[in-house]
Design a protein around this ligand. Structure first.
Ligand code: BJW
Length: 228
């Protein structure tokens, strides 16, 4: 990090695991009790909106019981103190990065605390209960849904992310299995443009071999060590 002038950090569910939010894959994973296609596909939302809303209502409510951990805080410190270019791209839909104080942050897979109008694309805060059929204040369509990027949908801010990857000189991936694209391909894009690459994860991810350096262990220990 010492010689970097521009850093892109990608985070995944592993960075929030020690805060008590279940990861997606593996034993005890969030989707162990659910079929992915039942909750995480546009077709599922169309078929059974009440089920999908209930799933995300529970996840949203659970945010009240968790706190950012040392890894989120270390990245927020980097954000506050690092004078070079920084973009933290999170795949997470929780709000732990911002609660730790990070500002140079993008949620590429959406946010639990945001509602999306499927008709006009408008986004607004998910403040009170918004059952299926809630009317969008902007366009009047009864089409508000959780602002979550489902499989087959385009993640947010791809142009901005691609631009940052093409100019960064360090790409760091933290707590992600590398199972989901396009995020899983960011390491190759960054390398293509000449960036150094570092992976921090509990165990080797699917794309571990693509990183120049890998550090294996809990994010709450390794991320503060890296930021120092
Ligand atoms: C720790 C730790 C600790 C634990 N410390 N580490 C065939 C081939 C290639 C691609 C495709 C394909 N078929 C379809 C696709 C595309 C598809 C895809 O990738 N599918 C794969 C399953 C193959 N992708 C999409 O559809 C995406 N859209 C898209 O591609 O649009 C077209 C496009 C074209 C061109 C350019 C750009 C786009 C959309 C993907 C949307 C993903 N949405 C989800 C759901 C969010 C809602 C919800 O929360 O319910 O996002 S899926 C889910 O996976 C979630 C996550 O953000 C994402 C990634 O998971 P993550 O974060 O990596 O978690 P885990 O659990 O997998 O891993 C945790 C890791 O942490 C593990 O490695 C642990 O070891 C580690 N860990 N504790 C450090 N303490």
């Amino acid at each position: 990090m010492m010689h970097a002038t521009s850093i892109v950090v990608l985070t995944g569910a592993g960075i929030s695991a020690e805060s008590g939010i279940a990861t997606f894959r593996g034993p005890g994973g969030l989707w162990e009790g659910h079929r992915v296609e039942d909750v995480c596909m546009p077709e599922a939302l169309a078929r059974d909106p009440a089920l999908v809303h209930r799933f995300y209502d529970l996840r949203r409510a659970a945010l009240a019981d968790v706190e950012p951990n040392a890894a989120h805080r270390a990245l927020a410190r980097l954000d506050a103190e690092w004078r070079g270019e920084l973009l933290i791209v999170t795949q997470n839909v929780d709000d732990l990065h911002e609660r730790a104080g990070a500002t140079r942050l993008l949620h590429m897979h959406g946010e639990l605390k945001s509602a999306l109008c499927a008709a006009c694309g408008g986004r607004r805060e998910w403040a009170a209960a918004l059952p299926p059929g809630t009317v969008c204040e902007a366009c009047g369509a009864p089409a508000l849904r959780p602002d979550i990027v489902f499989f087959g949908e385009m993640p947010y801010a791809m142009e901005r992310i691609e631009a940052a990857l093409s100019t960064c000189d360090l790409f760091v991936s933290i707590g992600t299995s590398g199972a989901v694209y396009p995020a899983a391909g960011f390491v190759q894009t960054a390398r293509h443009w000449g960036a150094a690459t570092l992976e921090i994860n509990l165990e080797p991810s699917q794309g571990s071999f693509l990183f120049e350096e890998s550090r294996m262990g809990p994010a709450s220990v390794l991320v503060p060590e890296w930021v120092e």
